[in-house]
Design a protein around this ligand. Structure first.
Ligand SMILES: Cc1cc2nc3c(=O)[nH]c(=O)nc-3n(C[C@H](O)[C@H](O)[C@H](O)COP(=O)(O)OP(=O)(O)OC[C@H]3O[C@@H](n4cnc5c(N)ncnc54)[C@H](O)[C@@H]3O)c2cc1C
Length: 385
């Protein structure tokens, strides 16, 4: 049988795309290298409420709703943001992914687990997917949703993701975690942050993003006096890389790249689920018309590349600039910045620009509030990088 579309990767983004394509009646196959969808888990599961409202995501996987967060800076600085609405949900990622896969199956998609793709050859007439072991599947188009660590796009001449950050995290037994806690400072992770995210009762996900030594930094964060007394047991972290920047090209003849494989990640926080789903819905729209008109040439599919970049490029770039800026600031500079930007007046002026998912506006707003001395230092760091 020749499928209309083969989706490589049964993560949230691949299953989400497969569901809508199958629902439209396209013969859809998802191939996933692991035996079980959702495992191994490498995610905190914090997803903004906007994603739930926009896409009616599976509520059964939600462990907790988040309405407030607290940011702890260096030298005793801190600030708290409490909303009068739900800002985000914490999901159990294996369960969340499995539910998305179930809904793709219910709409008619086939899902083959324990099936690793070793090669893709694609043209505007025919695509061939070769599995490890030699089995071959044929289709009219391919969606690559294989995450940030796969090299399938490089082999197709789409370039590669160049910059990454490390995430290290463990799901732990933890006392007194009621809101999202964010920890910043050079000792914790220069230019980045650590977190405690409450999950099911008595449990939390504790982790950090860092440019170097993720394991060492993770264990040293656990020894922080604000963490150690609340932690039970001896956690082992999962460590995984997250792309910081997008793939140079995300379409070619017969092929569309979505999700983390395309670098569709919030570069501020490393969150990739919502941006991936947004881009998957654009991919479904463009591919539907292309399949209906029997033209899956790269020219026809390039509308996908243009549309998702118009939506996300500003966000991705703003996050990268913020990180580069923050990476070279001393703890004293971060503390004075926190005192400045989180004082009542500035916080009030900036509040309308706060969004859980969209950060470019608040970044540019806060940059305007920044003292010239600090700004000059940041610009020097940016131009040196
Ligand atoms: C520590 C950490 C915490 C995170 N926390 C959050 C968070 O709180 N919120 C958030 O939004 N994001 C978070 N992220 C990022 C988030 O996990 C990813 O952005 C998201 O999973 C991307 O979804 P995806 O479907 O594009 O890719 P993935 O979830 O990576 O799925 C890709 C799938 O493709 C499969 N695959 C790969 N190669 C092949 C192949 N050759 N053949 C067949 N199958 C293949 C993989 O097995 C995998 O199942 C976190 C990441 C880390 C590392």
């Amino acid at each position: 049988m020749i499928y209309d579309v083969i989706v490589v990767g049964g993560g949230p983004v691949g299953c989400f795309a497969a569901r809508f394509l199958a629902e439209k009646g396209f013969r859809t196959l998802v191939v996933e290298e692991h035996e079980k969808i959702g495992l191994p888990a490498r995610c905190t599961g914090l997803i903004g409420d906007e994603a739930f409202r926009r896409f009616r995501l599976p509520e059964e996987a939600v462990e907790r709703s988040i309405t407030s967060l607290c940011v702890f800076g260096p030298l005793g600085t801190s600030t708290r943001y409490a909303a009068d609405r739900v800002l985000a949900r914490v999901v159990n990622r294996p369960h969340f992914d499995a539910l998305l896969a179930d809904s793709a199956r219910r709409c008619g998609a086939q899902i083959k687990t324990g099936s690793k793709v070793s090669a893709i050859s694609a043209s505007s007439n025919d695509c061939t997917i070769t599995m490890q072991g030699g089995k071959v599947f044929r289709s009219r188009s391919v969606i690559i949703a294989s995450g940030g660590r796969s090299n399938l796009t490089t082999k197709l001449g789409l370039g590669r993701l160049k910059r990454f950050i490390w995430g290290a995290q463990a799901d732990v037994s933890f006392a007194d975690a009621e809101e999202v806690e964010v920890y910043i400072g050079r000792v914790i992770s220069p230019g980045s942050f650590a977190w405690v995210v409450p999950a099911s009762p008595g449990r939390a996900r504790v982790g950090l993003l860092s440019y170097d030594r993720p394991r060492e930094r993770f264990f040293s964060f656990l020894e922080d006096s604000r963490i150690r007394p609340r932690l039970r047991g001896a956690p082992t972290p999962v460590i995984a890389s997250i792309p910081m920047g997008s793939l140079p090209r995300t379409v070619s003849n017969g092929v569309i790249v979505v999700g983390e494989a395309a670098g569709q990640v919030k570069t501020t926080t490393g969150g990739g689920v919502y941006f991936g789903l947004l881009c998957a819905s654009i991919a479904v729209d463009v591919l539907t018309k292309a399949l209906e008109e029997n033209d899956v040439s790269s020219e026809r599919l390039s509308a996908y590349d243009e549309r998702w970049r118009a939506l996300l490029s500003k966000e991705i770039e703003a996050g990268l600039r913020l990180r580069q800026f923050a990476r070279y600031l001393s703890d004293e500079a971060i503390a004075s910045l926190m005192n400045l930007v989180f004082n009542d007046e500035v916080a009030e002026r900036s509040a309308p620009f706060f969004s859980f998912d969209w950060h470019a506006q608040i970044i540019s707003r806060l940059a305007k509030e920044m003292p010239k001395r600090l700004l000059a230092r940041g610009i020097k760091a940016l131009s040196a990088s």
